[in-house]
Design a binder for this molecule. Structure first.
Ligand code: ATP
Ligand code: MG
Length: 284
């Protein structure tokens, strides 16, 4: 019998990997929401050095988008464009447009503090404040005036800790320092802190790279649950993690986005040979 060539296989010149570089997770083909963040021609300069070159892409709501690519290709720089964290870096300059729900985040009328309430960020190293577990989560709602009474504030803290999957472990020690928790618990505390101010977008820059496999699995489960409510962007060096948790993947290389597509396509049938080389470990 003649071999059938599917449209999918025919649409690319890149050789198809013999086996997928990483297996897509259960949520790989979950539906994604409409575009939440639209990025057009974003370039970033640190002094004279250009780190990003006219990056354009659309990030969907109610989904997890993974950014992958070799060290130094600009993934963290790009994440920082979304909540204007590059503003805080001396000598950094951003050109181009980042729109969240159609609104350009770089116009003067956008208050970066309020923007960072809408766009939370979780870093590689868990960074709880030197305060109690309770205060870590209550701090944001307090400064943004989100609770009108002590009872309401306690309710927000409890709900946020529950959504971050940490409540059962800390309910009887809310006054203990945040730093007394394990690394994986601290990362969930930081996620609870981000959730507590009702963000729309959560940016995660290698959130599991300092965690053991069990704590990593816990955070991945959490990301999968949170995707139903938020627009999540995760940077990861783990191909397996990108395949497990995301619905969309963008491959960055030398300050540019080489391609972005469904996670399934990027990992089983990438359109560009550089993506294939990277996901199969031939460089990076
Ligand atoms: N604060 C800074 N000042 C000057 N150059 C910077 C700064 N931050 C990043 N860069 C440069 O910009 C480029 C992109 O860096 P970035 O940290 O965004 O890469 P990355 O993809 O996140 O890398 P990694 O995977 O190692 O975290 C690199 O060449 C880096 O040296
Ligand atoms: Mg980085």
């Amino acid at each position: 019998m003649p071999q059938q060539i599917s449209d999918d296989a025919a649409r690319t010149t890149a050789p198809r990997p013999a086996s997928p570089a990483a297996a897509p997770g259960a949520g790989a083909d979950a539906p994604v929401g409409p575009t939440k963040i639209a990025v057009r021609d974003v370039s970033v300069f640190y002094g004279d050095k250009q780190a990003l070159f006219e990056v354009s892409l659309d990030i969907p709501d109610k989904a997890v988008t993974a950014f992958i690519g070799p060290s130094g290709c600009g993934k963290s720089t790009f994440l920082r464009c979304i909540n204007r964290m590059n503003d805080t870096i001396p000598g950094a300059r951003v050109a181009g447009e980042v729109r969240i729900d159609g609104e350009d985040v770089n116009v003067r009328t956008v208050d970066p503090v309020l923007l960072r309430q809408r766009v939370g960020m979780v870093f590689q190293k868990p960074n709880p404040f030197p305060k109690s577990i309770f205060e870590n989560v209550a701090y944001g709602p307090k400064i943004h005036g989100l609770a009108s009474s002590k009872a309401e504030l306690e309710g927000i803290v409890e709900t946020s800790l529950k959504r971050a999957g940490l409540w059962r472990e800390v309910a009887d020690r809310l006054q203990a320092p945040g730093t007394s928790l394990s690394g994986g618990q601290q990362q969930r505390l930081v996620i609870a802190r981000a959730i507590a101010v009702n963000p729309e977008v959560i940016l995660m820059d290698e959130p599991c790279s300092a965690l053991d496999p069990i704590a990593t699995a816990r955070i991945e489960e959490l990301i999968d649950e949170l995707r139903e409510q938020y627009c999540i962007v995760i940077v990861t060096h783990s191909m397996a993690q990108a395949a497990r948790v995301s619905q969309r993947t963008a491959f960055f290389h030398m300050g540019k986005v080489v391609e972005m597509g469904s996670t399934e396509d990027i990992f089983t049938n990438p359109g560009d040979p550089r993506t294939l080389d990277y996901i199969t470990g031939r460089f990076g």
